[in-house]
Design a protein around this ligand. Structure first.
Ligand SMILES: C[S@@+](CC[C@H](N)C(=O)[O-])C[C@H]1O[C@@H](n2cnc3c(N)ncnc32)[C@H](O)[C@@H]1O
Length: 267
């Protein structure tokens, strides 16, 4: 814990990303992975296998974009760098250790970008003590890149609304829960529309259900996509995200993950 606090204080990070919780999110992700390494291994392996299948199915392999590359826990980076002419790792924030790992590979670039396009506006509203405008834009990042042959949305979808929701709820406790859920769903849907805008092949990996379990009993079940609907999955698997006592002394958190090596949004 002390190590994580020091890391949080010492890591250089733009103010907005720090204020919206992206730095603490990445540091916590790394810490949880260290504690749950064995439980996470099968999930991470499934993700890597799906990404490699998607990559090998591409007829041309000029540029790969990985959206939500984070700590590269589930990205077979060295393999991908060998398969594609260029690899772009995109996340709202890249930690120094990840930058160092990517720098070893000459064809890997890193782009720090808020893929919702909401961060600046929501943060400005929060700083001004205004109830944030809940309109959701459809992002356009990278859509003009004609050299992309594969875009991977990497365990990112369910995470996109969370930093905003947490901060809005904390600051404006009385807001209508239905309106906030609707906002979260539209953030998820905007990402799916964005993915649908690429000419490139799209690989999507997303958690679609979160369960709190005690033995075989389901104590709670949550929809991390807030009602957004995905087509039938190509592959599905369980992710032992937080075996006890990680979140609760006597219960486990298990996620259901859906994976597509060739994703086409519904409708
Ligand atoms: C569950 S983690 C994915 C982990 C990553 N695939 C890995 O292997 O380490 C979700 C990722 O989404 C990123 N993220 C969250 N909101 C984002 C946003 N608005 N734009 C871009 N990335 C975002 C987080 O920083 C984090 O790296």
């Amino acid at each position: 814990m002390l190590f994580e606090v020091l890391r949080y204080l010492c890591t250089p990070c733009p103010r907005q990303a720090r204020a919206l919780g992206h730095l603490s999110g990445l540091i916590s992700l790394g810490a949880r992975h260290r504690r749950c390494r064995r439980a996470w291994a099968p999930h991470l392996e499934r993700c890597r296998a799906l990404m490699l299948d998607a990559a090998r199915a591409c007829l041309r392999r000029r540029t790969l974009l990985v959206a939500g590359s984070g700590l590269l826990l589930d990205v077979p980076l060295e393999d991908m760098s060998g398969l594609f002419e260029r690899v772009i790792l995109c996340d709202v924030l890249h930690l120094p250790a990840i930058r160092r790992r990517a720098r070893r590979l000459p064809n890997v670039d890193m782009v720090a970008r808020d893929l919702t396009d909401l961060g600046e506006r929501v943060w400005a509203d929060l700083r001004a003590d205004r109830i944030p405008d809940l309109a959701v834009p459809v992002p356009t990042h990278f859509l003009d890149r004609r050299d992309l042959d594969l875009v991977i949305s990497d365990n990112l979808l369910s995470q996109l609304p969370l930093p905003f929701l947490e901060r809005i709820v904390r600051r404006f406790a009385g807001l209508d829960a239905g309106e906030l859920e609707d906002f979260a769903r539209r953030v998820v849907e905007a990402h799916l529309v964005w993915l649908g805008g690429f000419r490139a092949r799209v690989c999507l990996i997303a958690d679609v259900e979160r369960r709190k379990l005690q033995g075989g009993t389901i104590l709670e079940c949550e929809d991390p996509l807030f009602g957004a609907v995905l087509p039938e999955p190509e592959r599905t698997w369980g992710w032992d995200m937080a075996p006890r006592p990680e979140l609760w002394p006597d219960a486990d958190a298990r996620h259901t993950v859906w994976g597509y090596s060739d994703f086409r949004p519904k409708g």
